[in-house]
Design a protein around this ligand. Structure first.
Ligand SMILES: Nc1ncnc2c1ncn2[C@@H]1O[C@H](COP(=O)(O)OP(=O)(O)OP(=O)(O)O)[C@@H](O)[C@H]1O
Ligand SMILES: [Mg+2]
Length: 139
């Protein structure tokens, strides 16, 4: 099953909308609660990063079957300069405005890594960012 949700840029009030829709889908499929939790956390962090760091919003694409969920979160940039550094705990380029909304601790990507079975981050400074999270649905 494939699903697609829009992520609106700069709209922190709506950040989390796409990830909560995926959470709802996994609940309907009776997926183990712990797996739903970690998957939702990982997806939420990717969604918030689009709101916080990209211009023009992005998309969340979810592909779910009985064994696994693959979520792609894509935006059109600006992208990440140094991915290895961005993955480090505490690294952030968040703007004062993003910080004032309570984000920018540099915990999102480390949190994604912790809560994903497989994580891929593809980014280009002049292009956009694509985060692919794969989680297995059988405990
Ligand atoms: N989608 C993205 N587009 C552009 N840059 C990104 C994107 N996602 C992450 N980054 C870069 O990687 C850095 C680290 O991301 P991470 O999610 O770990 O922390 P944060 O978003 O700054 O803070 P937090 O997630 O704790 O609120 C960001 O500050 C930003 O520089
Ligand atoms: Mg973040």
């Amino acid at each position: 099953m494939k699903f697609e949700f829009d992520i609106v840029d700069g709209d922190f009030a709506k950040a989390g909308t796409a990830s909560s829709q995926v959470k709802h889908l996994l609940k309907q499929l009776n997926v183990d609660t712990k797996i739903i939790k970690k998957t939702t956390v990982a997806i939420y962090e990717a969604e918030v990063n689009v709101v916080a760091h990209a211009i023009g919003g992005g998309k969340l694409l979810a592909d779910i079957n009985l064994e696994r969920i693959v979520v792609e979160v894509v935006d059109e940039g600006p992208g990440i300069e140094d991915i290895a550094r961005a993955m480090e705990v505490g690294f952030s380029t968040a703007s004062p405005q993003v910080i004032s909304m309570g984000f920018g601790a540099g915990m999102g990507l480390p949190n994604m890594r912790k809560n994903s079975d497989e994580l891929e981050v593809i980014s280009d400074v002049s292009g956009g960012t694509r985060v692919v999270i794969t989680n297995y649905l059988v405990a």
